[in-house]
Ligand binder design. Structure first.
Ligand SMILES: C[S@@+](CC[C@H](N)C(=O)[O-])C[C@H]1O[C@@H](n2cnc3c(N)ncnc32)[C@H](O)[C@@H]1O
Length: 265
């Protein structure tokens, strides 16, 4: 089984909140395009802090039912607190390792963002998703392609970050470049009418521009555990990446994000 390379807990919750805000314009378009609608029963697989789970709960409304599942208890507690704060009663969270997950024809829609990239056997999970939706049910996936992550002008510490992230993922049985492979995988898993789209937010300023620094900081433990770098090299890369990010004339992108949606026959 792949180990999760990003540190969990509160620090990760903050990073996921930034990601959620930056991704919401394109995630919301995907949910609308794929047909998420009031009254649906939805599952958010690998929901993290529940940012999209809560949006699904709002979209599906009082007649809908939304469940967020994740392996990280801290994220789930924070997600639960946010649901209570927002007064959402049609949402629940539970702990689950998706690699041991089996359900039959339970959902109208399963959404999963930035999860499959972390798994040793994403195809198996796409097959389980097909089993878990009802006939006619939907899968919506968003996942990364780190090979398309860029900055301008070229920056050695940004290249170090991209290289280290991809190596750490590979070491732990995961795939940072899974995005373009997901179309074939969805077909192999039996999904029908699969559509695909690519989005790539890019920033000159603001919180979105901090994503590379936040991610490098949150994978530090995995990089050091795997001996992919030393503490001093890592600190130099983080400091230099912070300087690059704060410079007013630089550009920093998100990884390329593949959006896919398909239907069970
Ligand atoms: C990058 S986060 C994305 C969270 C959320 N989908 C979002 O977009 O904000 C990936 C999530 O997958 C979860 N995860 C990783 N491996 C998992 C597994 N085997 N079973 C369940 N969740 C897992 C992590 O705990 C983490 O919350």
């Amino acid at each position: 089984m792949a180990r999760y390379i990003i540190r969990g807990g509160l620090e990760e919750k903050k990073r996921l909140e930034v990601l959620a805000r930056v991704m919401w314009p394109t995630t919301s378009r995907l949910l609308a395009e794929a047909g998420v609608a009031p009254g649906m029963t939805c599952l958010d697989l690998g929901c993290g802090g529940g940012d999209v789970t809560l949006q699904l709960a709002a979209l599906t409304g009082p007649q809908g039912q939304v469940t967020g599942v994740d392996i990280d208890e801290t994220q789930l507690d924070l997600a639960q607190q946010a649901a209570r704060r927002d007064g959402l009663e049609n949402v629940q969270f539970r702990r689950l390792n998706v690699q041991d997950w089996i359900e039959e024809s339970q959902y109208d829609c399963i959404y999963s963002r930035f999860l499959l990239t972390h798994l040793a056997d994403p195809l198996q999970v796409l097959r389980q998703m097909l089993r878990a939706v009802r006939p006619g049910g939907l899968a919506l996936i968003e996942d990364i392609d780190f090979s398309g992550h860029f900055c301008q002008p070229p920056c050695a510490s940004f290249d170090t970050y991209v290289r280290l992230y991809r190596m750490a993922a590979r070491r732990q049985g995961a795939d940072a470049d899974i995005g373009p492979k997901l179309y074939g995988m969805m077909l192999d898993a039996g999904w029908q009418a699969v559509k695909v789209n690519v989005v790539q937010p890019m920033f000159t300023s603001g919180e979105g521009k901090q994503i590379a620094v936040l991610t490098l900081t949150n994978i530090a433990d995995a990089l050091l555990d795997e001996k992919l770098t030393t503490e001093s090299e890592l600190q130099f890369a983080i400091d230099d990446l912070i300087r690059f990010t704060d410079a007013p004339r630089t550009l920093v992108s998100m990884p390329r994000v593949f959006q896919l949606w398909g239907r069970r026959d």
